[in-house]
Design a protein around this ligand. Structure first.
Ligand SMILES: *Cc1c(COP(=O)(O)O)cnc(C)c1O
Length: 357
């Protein structure tokens, strides 16, 4: 099968080779060393400011989102949540669940956030903002320079879920002024699922330190304390962490994150120009490199996903809920070659010729 979903995605042969062993015992200086290198490379690739720290949580990305809500935000804090799809909705639900006061900014599906929407909330006592840099459900890459300028101007703490943006799109934590950035193992890091990563700038570290402990498993205080010696409080997804190490080292050898991003942008560009003549409407008015969300004009999205899987051995991503028949998504992240990309493009043209698209 070729996998063009948005995660888990295809991994490189060397990452697969790393997984092809029993998990080693991990309370060792050797494993700690690997973890500390993972931290160093992650902070470098994210352009984290001086004295930032990074932790690796054994949980899916949502666990890291929840951890940030519990450990960085304060009780009853007024939080702006950008909600333009299912991941923004998840942040809003998490904030409400943990009794933060939510100022929700709704963006229509596929629509870019506008400055007026933020300005309407200025001076209303909001002290934090959480955003999914790339709203993976609709493929919208939010205007982060605009969001970070707004946060700076109003002294608002910025937490960025960059789970599907890291590596795929330009991301500079320091320039963005983000207090925390979240990412995960199964998107453009392109290793097995199971680990999410949280980078914390000094501003977020101070809040974690000052906040009362609210949880054990997702405690950032506990994770940070253990990470001082390259360890985790509980048994981590050891093999996934080793794969992350393999992948981060490969990125360094391949010319860094910029080279990787250029590859993803190339795959996305090749795909988008090759399907321009098909009856597929692009959903997002501001696309990331990671994903193209498409609305088929002459077919049901769910049928397109099923036919590609059953007749062409290609996975693309269905949308959930009310969009299931309207929208499907093609991911451009993971170990995708131009040849793989052509196989998908040919399959879509073939389906069109047969009247299935
Ligand atoms: C994939 C993703 C997540 C995390 O999803 P999990 O299934 O919990 O790993 C969170 N936010 C965004 C923007 C994502 O793309």
């Amino acid at each position: 099968m070729l996998n063009f979903t948005v995660g888990p995605v295809m991994s490189s042969p060397e990452v697969i080779e790393t997984a092809n062993h029993s998990a080693p015992y991990f309370r060792t200086p050797e494993f700690s060393q690997i973890m500390l290198e993972n931290e160093r490379m992650m902070l470098e690739y994210l352009h984290a400011p001086a004295d930032s720290r990074c932790v690796f949580l054994t949980t899916s990305g949502t666990g890291a989102m929840e951890s940030c809500v519990m450990n960085i935000l304060r009780d009853e804090e007024k939080v702006i949540v950008i909600n333009g799809g299912s991941f923004g909705q998840r942040f809003a639900e998490l904030c409400r669940l943990h009794r933060r006061r939510v100022s929700e900014v709704r963006c229509g599906f596929g629509r870019q956030l506008r400055l007026e929407q933020l300005q309407a909330l200025a001076g209303e006592g909001n002290t934090a903002l959480v955003v999914n840099m790339h709203e993976t459900s609709s493929g919208v890459l939010y205007d982060m320079p605009m969001i970070s300028a707004f946060c700076r101007e109003h002294g608002i703490l910025l937490i960025v879920d960059a789970i599907s943006a890291f590596i795929a799109d330009e991301l500079d934590m320091q320039a963005m002024g983000a207090a925390a950035v979240i990412t995960g193992s199964q998107k453009a890091l392109a290793v097995q699922p199971g680990v999410s990563v949280v980078a914390l700038a000094p501003e977020a570290l101070a809040r974690v330190d000052a906040n009362e402990e609210k949880c054990m498993y997702l405690s950032l205080k506990g994770a940070l304390k253990n990470m001082e010696r390259g360890q985790t409080p509980f048994t981590p997804a050891v093999t996934t962490l080793l794969q992350i190490h393999t992948r981060l080292c490969a990125i360094a050898r391949g010319g860094g994150v910029a080279a990787e991003r250029a590859h993803i942008a190339g795959i996305a560009g090749q795909f988008r120009s090759a399907i321009a003549d098909l009856p597929l409407q692009i959903v997002s008015e501001s696309m990331s490199n990671a994903v193209t969300a498409l609305h088929p004009l002459a077919a049901r999205a769910g049928d397109v996903v099923r036919i590609l899987k059953d007749e062409y051995q290609i996975w693309v991503c269905p949308n959930g809920g009310e969009k299931a028949d309207e929208v499907f998504r093609v991911g451009h992240i993971g170990y995708i070659t131009s040849e793989d990309n052509r196989a998908l493009i040919e399959a879509l043209h073939d389906m069109h010729a047969k009247g299935q698209l």
